[in-house]
Design a binder for this molecule. Structure first.
Ligand SMILES: Cc1ncc(COP(=O)(O)O)c(C=O)c1O
Length: 399
């Protein structure tokens, strides 16, 4: 494990992040993080060029920088440039991957209770359209996905349309063992779709180590990029097994009146129009994460998350996070004060948190009988002083 950032390094990161101010404690990085100044600068500079010389002309001027964003993302994921597609958010990226799968009547979708609400709705919809069944894998004793149970369920690989998991759930601190899952799906030859929405920017990622066929991510959360940005990694070897569901004349070349050809690599999933300013902002966010080092970001976030969990338990709150490997998302409830009221009162005191919502994680909420939980998500910009002040405020609100 890499070294967490020391106080001086954290101060330096905070000093170039305009939202890091004494009067605000932002513990909602799993919702939307605080972007570094470089992200804002990249967006605003491009918006300014669009307004002064024209949107298409500004795009031509920025073409090299625009292209370099793919290289940065590819570097961050250990992927090739052509394996990356740009999206407006993680769900759009995930849906593009999911709906490209060739579902056959009677096939199974294998998932896990930590999956995200939007993905679950897509399973239900696909099951209704294609007569599929949805299987939820059991947990190992730590609460993470049981990889041995998965291996047992892949005996007839042709019966399985996809293994689809959230790496880090939206409502808790566990990190699912993605690489162990990937080893099993690769051996069986079953497509593996990994929702990396909460992982990208928080974990050091190597898609070859994980052996996933798709990895979806968003810009605004742990990457500290702009809202309205997302990305999809697509493994080249899956391309001849899938068909994009909604190609346009950028994702495919209109070759004759009656024919079209898909663009090479992951580009076939993209549409032509997008916010160039946001994409350039995302590139700046990825470059900043690469400069800091994802392994050091992960080490810092893990330490802060574990520190916060211990403090909340000391306060008499119940921490609901599962898993052997933990991350920066911390969920807790209090026996007498409900999470919504806590979150509102914290916000009134300059502390941003969020509250988990059943529609985002119904599998998990129903299985564990979870109450609405206060979600406090830390990042590498979170200081111990901020945790002290947050816990003191919570003590005040719950005594
Ligand atoms: C695990 C997980 N997957 C997917 C999403 C959806 O991301 P987006 O809102 O960027 O589409 C979220 C958002 O909170 C999430 O936590």
């Amino acid at each position: 494990m890499a070294e967490p950032f020391d106080d001086a390094e954290i101060d330096a990161i905070r000093s170039v992040t305009p939202g890091c101010r004494d009067e605000l404690i932002h513990l909602n990085h799993a919702g939307s993080s605080l972007p570094p100044q470089a992200v804002l600068d990249a967006q605003i500079a491009h918006l300014h060029r669009e307004a002064t010389i024209g949107g298409y002309e500004a795009a031509m001027e920025a073409a090299d920088r625009d292209e370099a964003v793919y290289d940065s993302i590819a570097t961050m994921l250990g992927a090739g440039r052509r394996d990356i597609a740009r999206f407006e958010h993680a769900t759009a990226a995930w849906n593009a991957a999911f709906w490209s799968l060739p579902f056959r009547r009677g096939q199974r979708i294998i998932t896990h209770d930590h999956d995200y609400g939007a993905n679950a709705v897509a399973y239900l919809h696909a099951a209704a359209l294609h007569d599929l069944t949805i299987e939820r894998l059991p947990n190992d004793p730590s609460g993470a996905v049981d990889v041995e149970a998965l291996a047992e369920r892949l005996g007839e690989p042709d019966e399985v349309a996809v293994v689809s998991l959230a790496w880090i759930p939206t409502n808790g601190g566990l990190i699912n063992p993605a690489a162990a899952v990937g080893a099993v799906t690769r051996a069986a030859g079953v497509p593996f779709l990994l929702d990396g929405c909460q992982a990208v920017g928080q974990l050091a990622i190597d898609v070859d180590e994980i052996a996933c066929d798709f990895l979806s991510g968003t810009g605004r959360k742990y990457l500290r990029g702009p809202r309205g940005t997302g990305l999809l990694y697509v493994r080249p070897s899956i391309l001849d097994r899938i068909v994009p569901a909604q190609p346009d004349h950028h994702g495919a070349d209109w070759t004759t009146l009656d024919t079209y050809e898909f663009a090479p690599g992951a580009t076939r999933f993209e549409h032509w129009e997008y916010s160039h300013a946001n994409w350039l902002g995302l590139g700046a966010a990825v470059d900043e994460a690469l400069r800091l080092g994802l392994d050091r970001i992960q080490a810092t976030v893990t330490r802060r998350g574990d520190d916060l969990r211990a403090r909340l338990v000391d306060l008499g709150m119940t921490v609901h996070d599962e898993g052997r490997a933990t991350c920066g998302i911390v969920t807790a409830s209090h026996p007498f004060v409900d999470a919504t009221s806590l979150s509102e009162q914290l916000r009134a005191r300059g502390i941003n948190t969020s509250v988990t919502h059943i529609g985002s994680s119904r599998f998990d909420v129903e299985r564990r009988g979870l109450p609405p939980m206060l979600r406090l998500s830390v990042h590498c910009t979170t200081t111990t002083d901020e945790l002290d002040r947050t816990v003191a405020t919570l003590a005040d609100l719950t005594h």
